[in-house]
Ligand binder design. Structure first.
Ligand SMILES: Cc1cc2nc3c(=O)[nH]c(=O)nc-3n(C[C@H](O)[C@H](O)[C@H](O)COP(=O)(O)O)c2cc1C
Length: 319
């Protein structure tokens, strides 16, 4: 998720869950090819399994970006065909690619040829604008199954309305049609179908898993990251103990120390902005958020601020 799932967020997420696949922000293929690849592809060693999401619609450019990405150890490269933002539409990629299945097919093939050891996958919507029938969606998926090696489809279960809705509205207003995604899995049982959109609880995840192969959780995993605390045991059969709040805070503190010492331009705020939701639902959540978003307290870049904020939470948990 743009601006959200950067390496700092992914580091935190990986401390909470060992098995869940993590996804980068969408990175424009051109930025990797013509810009500084390190800036866009840098990641922490511990992040795997991790997928890089690319935005673009030029097969050659996507191929070059994919080849570069393999040098950075990503496990999967995902093509974005779901983003409705006007900026992305201008570049003729994102959700509007759902109208261009031949081009998408060329893109996926070029990406796979350039990154033969990486899974190449796609994320898309169930339709565009006011088109609400199931058949065009099935045709899109079926064509890609026949013409490309892509076997994993992450389906955001609502349309993208390209005209008149902001990206934020496009995540809330077009109605969710989970039944369309379930139907895809029924009709294409050989494909790995993952569902996305509006999932907020572990009960909902478990229910979706009766119908599809996986669930992508976006906003809830950001605003309430400790929802991921139980995923290894609930969904991956891992019997190792789950991380405690205290242990997580300690690891984030140590991570901040290392990042700040590395001198790569990271400041404390870049990290802790992703930590604001950690204490979601606990007594003391408010004071945690307050301290870690206070510009004055953040300015000196003292990683100890994380421990001090936690002390307030720990105290209110005891009260
Ligand atoms: C701030 C923000 C940035 C996002 N950026 C991306 C992105 O880069 N690529 C993408 O495929 N989806 C992106 N999305 C959409 C989410 O991946 C997801 O499809 C959408 O939020 C619905 O899932 P949710 O209800 O679990 O959040 C973004 C969402 C948000 C809130």
């Amino acid at each position: 998720m743009l601006d959200w799932t950067d390496p700092h967020y992914r580091y935190m997420a990986r401390q909470i869950t060992r098995h869940t696949w993590l996804y980068t922000e969408m990175v424009n293929a051109g930025a990797i090819v013509y810009g500084d690849p390190d800036r866009f592809l840098h990641r922490n060693e511990c992040e795997n399994p991790v997928a890089l999401q690319l935005g673009g619609s030029e097969p050659e450019l996507l191929a070059k970006a994919s080849a570069k990405a393999t040098e950075y150890g990503y496990d999967e490269i995902n093509l974005n065909c779901g983003c409705p933002s006007p900026r992305v539409q201008k570049g003729a990629f994102g959700a509007c690619l759902m109208n261009e299945v031949e081009l998408v097919s060329n893109c996926l093939n070029a990406m796979q040829d350039a990154a033969p050891d990486c899974a190449v996958t796609i994320k898309h919507r169930i339709g565009l604008d006011k088109q609400t029938e199931y058949e065009p969606l099935a045709e899109f998926v079926g064509t890609l199954r026949d013409k490309t090696p892509c076997r994993t489809f992450i389906v955001h279960a609502r349309n993208a309305w390209l005209d008149g809705l902001s990206p934020k509205e496009n995540r809330d207003i077009p109605p969710l049609r989970y039944d369309y995604v379930y139907r895809l899995k029924n009709e294409f049982p050989d494909l790995e179908i993952l569902i996305n959109g509006g999932v907020k609880t572990n009960e909902e995840i478990a229910e979706h898993l009766h119908h599809v192969d996986g669930v992508m959780v976006g906003r809830e995993a950001y605003h309430n990251p400790m929802i991921m605390q139980h995923w290894d045991s609930l969904f991956y059969g891992d019997t190792q103990p789950e991380i405690t709040y205290e242990a997580l805070v300690q690891r984030l503190y140590e991570y901040a120390q290392i990042q700040l010492a590395a001198g790569r331009g990271s400041i404390l705020r870049h990290m802790v902005r992703h930590y604001l939701g950690i204490m979601h639902g606990l007594n003391g959540a408010r004071v945690w958020r307050h301290i870690l978003s206070d510009a004055e307290q953040l300015k000196p870049n003292r990683p100890e601020l994380i421990l001090e904020a936690w002390e307030h939470v720990a105290r209110s948990l005891k009260d």
